[in-house]
Design a binder for this molecule. Sequence first.
Ligand code: ADP
Ligand code: BMX
Ligand code: ZN
Length: 291
Amino acid sequence: MTILAIDIGGTKLAAGRVSGDRQITERCEMPTPASKTPEALAEALRQLVQPLLPGATRVAVASTGIIHDGILTSINPANLGGLARFPLVETLSRITGLPCVALNDAQAAALAEYYALCAPVPVMVFITVSTGVGGGIVSGGKLLTGEGGLAGHIGHTLADPHGPRCGCGRIGCVEAIASGRGIAAAARGDLQGLDAKTIFARAQQGHMQATELITHSALTLARLIADVKAVTDCECVVIGGSVGLAEGYLAQVKAFLAEEPQAYQTALHEACFRHDAGLLGAALWAEGAMP
Ligand code: ADP
Ligand code: BMX
Ligand code: ZN
């Protein structure tokens, strides 16, 4: 059985063919269209999956946004070019002619990373620090999606009541500060208008403001992890996303978490499947969710 897995993020679209032994055999990537129309996203997805279709028997999608009944609804529309509501499963079934399932990207990655653990644990939390900040919780061997698909959206918890307004409408969300977009939005002077990837590169060169922006993100994430520990009593937290996996980032988060009281400590790891956790998690979901 070959599953065509797709990962829709706020910055990039990725797709791969996942074989029966859970290996990604082919992989493609393209930027997420900046346009606000559903047609633009549908066309980008068509181009992305076309070369991977031969031999695939089903489609599995991990996508940014709340996924409920196959519909993608943005909690933070700013992360998806303003696209608020998109018929994800219907669109991909039409494009591919194959049965399709979909779930949130961080929830999918949580599932893949849970199966990658050396031994099962009662509670594991996955956090992606990427365009946004997303999360997925596996408890008692089950992925929590919630009735409406909102479970795990920990990027929209409060980090700073005096912080910037988040695209979700709240003020001072973790995502508005710690995410790639949050880092870029806070940049001033010669860093203004640069993306998080470039700001990380500047920090490597010793740029003081760039270093401070990244440190502030890492501190915000460490505080979120302490909160997550208090809520879930998780055994470990796994970090993914291009910001989360950037060189030196997790080390900073670990250092800030170590300053919190003992009760809030938890083991922190980088995602074992790195940037492919969403793709593999979607494929696992398809194996379990479809006959
Ligand atoms: P998506 O959100 O589409 O899943 P990513 O996980 O790649 O995609 O996250 C995108 C964010 O990560 C952007 O803000 C981008 O600037 C930033 N980014 C991409 N590559 C790197 C890198 N090597 N180091 C730090 N930040 C990065
Ligand atoms: C946002 C939200 C989450 C998502 C998270 C990470 C939207 C469009 N997305 O909080 O559903 O899991 O970003 O998404 O509202 P990514 O694009 O950074 O991978
Ligand atoms: Zn928010």
